[in-house]
Design a protein around this ligand. Structure first.
Ligand SMILES: Cc1cc2nc3c(=O)[nH]c(=O)nc-3n(C[C@H](O)[C@H](O)[C@H](O)COP(=O)(O)OP(=O)(O)OC[C@H]3O[C@@H](n4cnc5c(N)ncnc54)[C@H](O)[C@@H]3O)c2cc1C
Length: 363
């Protein structure tokens, strides 16, 4: 039987980033059910960093992650992972309120027309968040996996955890292929499957709810869109951003309850996205080039969960990253690592209090 200090269940951005932080200090294995890490939510995101997204408790982690994403240490990556494009929260009436301290300015109609040519007249103004940036998600995820392996960690794909049993001072984990691993600590980084993994270990679930979100890539009769800002409705009913010269990524901002699964887009949600888009700009739609869907998984209070379960020794939660798991990953991984290793927090997160993220808030 393989013996390790830490078994991380799930090789998405959550498991990979926490793994990279702890590998130099503890022996660790990432077990990923799929043939490839990043197959589920991590590989399906809209790939942006938006500081105001998710409310103030999440924003603390996103804000703390910015400098690392912009210019990571050279041994982690030779280049940064962000490309700034800004975000326009457009409105027909009132402007949204952003969490305190987030840079923004009001854009009136004349400037809005220059920033989004063809925008329909009812969109009167916008709040512009200049810091919004694209994230190179694949680059970030693979840099974390590389760092994890460099620290001595190993990754096992095609390894779906079936059950875990508390034995002595650790856990015996059994996989669907019949193999077993003995670990002192199990990290639950299973994304949409987080509650199922908890149940498989005899731990009471936290009601982490997966919700499906749809994305569509459209080709439109308008050029010059590559650097278009992210454009969203201050009421949260759509967003789109430039992709290529004449293509955009669009979402109807849907949040449809789902079982954990290989999520796929439904025609009705693609149609809804297009209907909402046509109410924003007058650009003719030429083709739906791609469509996909993924699951965003939320704890009941929509704040992610990092920490040991007070009811289950050695069971560590790293789940509920909703729609912000990429943009908050660097700080979240450092916060979670200090809790798991019971060590002083990295300066990146020294100002962040852990209790709002603790699973103890639900017990
Ligand atoms: C459409 C969409 C748009 C998004 N846009 C953004 C964005 O712009 N910015 C942002 O920051 N975030 C965004 N997100 C959210 C972000 O993608 C997620 O928060 C993040 O990817 C979650 O990472 P994860 O590692 O927890 O989950 P996942 O990437 O799903 O990884 C969990 C892994 O656990 C594995 N697993 C499950 N059960 C088992 C088991 N029993 N044994 C072994 N392995 C198991 C799964 O196979 C999976 O690979 C978006 C999400 C979606 C769906």
């Amino acid at each position: 039987m393989v013996e390790v200090d830490v078994l991380i269940v799930g090789g998405g951005i959550a498991g990979a980033s926490l793994g990279a932080e702890i590998a130099p200090h503890r022996s660790a294995v990432i077990a990923e059910a799929e043939e490839q890490c990043g197959f589920h939510s991590t590989g399906r995101s809209a790939a942006f960093w938006l500081e105001s997204y998710g409310g103030p408790v999440v924003a603390q982690l996103s804000t703390a992650s910015r400098a690392f994403l912009d210019s990571p240490p050279p041994d982690f990556s030779e280049h940064g992972f962000l490309r700034t494009r800004g975000d326009l929260h457009i409105s027909r009436g009132d402007l949204p309120e952003l969490p305190e301290g987030i840079e923004s300015r009001v854009v009136e109609r004349a400037e809005l027309e220059r920033m989004v040519p063809g925008i329909r007249p009812e969109w009167r103004r916008a709040l512009f968040e200049p810091g919004c940036a694209d994230i190179d998600v694949a680059g970030l995820h693979s840099a974390y996996l590389r760092q994890f392996r460099r620290g001595g960690g190993s990754v096992r794909t095609d390894s779906r955890l079936r059950s875990a049993t508390r034995r002595g001072s650790g856990w015996t984990a059994e996989f669907e292929d019949g193999s077993t691993i003995h670990a002192s600590i199990i990290v639950n980084a299973a994304g949409a499957w987080a509650d199922r993994v908890a149940s498989a270990a005899g731990v009471e679930p936290l009601e982490i709810a997966p919700k499906r979100r749809t994305m569509v890539q459209l080709r439109v009769g308008q050029s010059g869109l590559r650097d278009l800002s992210l454009v969203d409705d201050s009421k949260g009913t759509f967003y789109f951003k430039g992709e290529g010269d004449r293509t955009i990524w669009l979402s109807p901002h849907d949040e449809i309850e789902s079982d954990p699964c290989d999520a796929a887009p439904e025609e009705v949600d693609v149609a809804l996205a297009i209907d909402r888009f046509e109410k924003v700009v007058d650009w003719p739609i030429e083709a739906v080039e791609r469509k996909w869907a993924g699951l965003r998984s939320f704890a009941p209070d929509r704040v992610p969960v990092y920490g040991f379960d007070p009811t289950a020794p050695g069971f560590f939660w790293c789940a509920g990253q909703g729609g912000f798991g990429i943009q908050s990953a660097p700080a979240a991984a450092k916060l979670a690592a200090s809790l798991l290793l019971e060590s002083a927090p990295d300066p990146m997160v020294a100002h962040i209090q852990p209790p709002p993220y603790s699973p103890a808030r639900f017990r």
